[in-house]
Write a new protein. Structure first.
Length: 295
């Protein structure tokens, strides 16, 4: 796992920024690469603290061009991992050690090849008030349209390692698909630099506020995207809406058409914001199709 460690001119907090937990999420990788180029080429810009950058946690999955490595394990469900385990368990163990060594943590994601995600900054609803307050401030500073506090009970995540270590942490989602979207990279760069300014690590010009929704949802499975609106069939999914739209309960999210020429409409279970939508048309029965978040 390639890592850049950059020290500021003065002592200060240690911020860890990671990307590539999944091998098919490309804008976060570019974001961290640009951050490394920015600060390695101009150490004076980092006024205080230490910045640790991991452009691709799951290098083997990236080499394969898919979400997971050859062991089939989802790294975002494998933390804290095992140093003597499979390739994914080893990467999870290495990432977990970095998280425990940090004072603050940002984990950047996209929807990968399979999903499109509305831009959001998320955090666990930590039981420690001080940690929770720090996470809220970080998520707000990221300046994405949706700020979402979710269940602290989910395990196997990078954020569950941070939770257990008492390290304030956020994760971000933005877009998806087999491409590098310049707007997502720019939004992520702006957000990380805003957080660094908030932490006193760098001085950056403030951007116009972009947060539109603040939601805290402590339901046990909140934040677990892969269980939302499972497909009733194996087939081709044709969406009827898109991320960022407001939808009403009972309105169509889309339709799945099987190879046997049967079909099933999938309806929104509630009023809310479409946060996630299936982007890769082939879907297996039981796979998530969309997420609608009451806002």
């Amino acid at each position: 796992m390639e890592t850049s460690v950059i020290h500021g001119q003065q002592s200060g907090p240690h911020l860890l920024v990671s990307a590539g937990v999944h091998g098919d999420e490309f804008e976060p990788i570019r974001t961290v690469q640009v951050l490394a180029q920015t600060f390695e080429g101009n150490h004076e810009r980092l006024q205080a603290g230490t910045l640790t950058l991991v452009p691709c946690v799951n290098e083997r999955a990236f080499q394969l061009g898919q979400r997971c490595a050859e062991d089939g394990m989802d790294l975002a469900r494998t933390c804290p991992g095992q140093s003597d385990g499979s390739v994914t368990e080893q990467a999870a163990a290495e990432l977990s050690e970095l998280i425990r060594s940090a004072d603050y943590y940002i984990d950047l994601h996209t929807g990968g090849v399979a999903y499109e995600l509305f831009p959001l900054a998320g955090y666990m609803l930590h039981s420690d008030r001080q940690v929770l307050d720090s996470q809220r401030k970080m998520a707000q500073a990221m300046n994405l349209p949706l700020v979402w506090g979710t269940s602290s009970q989910l395990e196997g995540r990078s954020l569950s390692v941070a939770r257990d270590a008492g390290v304030p942490a956020i994760y971000c989602e933005h877009g998806g698909g087999s491409q590098v979207r310049t707007n997502a990279v720019n939004d992520y760069l702006t957000g990380v630099l805003r957080i660094m300014s908030q932490l006193g690590m760098a001085r950056e010009s403030p951007a116009a506020p972009s947060v539109r929704w603040n939601v805290e949802d402590d339901r046990p499975e909140s934040g677990h995207l892969q269980v939302c609106n499972p497909s009733p069939l194996t087939g081709v999914f044709e969406p009827a809406t898109r991320t960022g739209e407001i939808i009403r309960r009972g309105e169509a999210l889309g339709t799945v058409y099987s190879l046997a020429n049967t079909s099933a409409a999938v309806l929104s279970p509630c009023d809310g914001l479409v946060v996630m939508m299936r982007a890769f048309p082939r879907v297996l029965e039981g796979e998530a199709l969309a997420l609608v978040l009451p806002v």
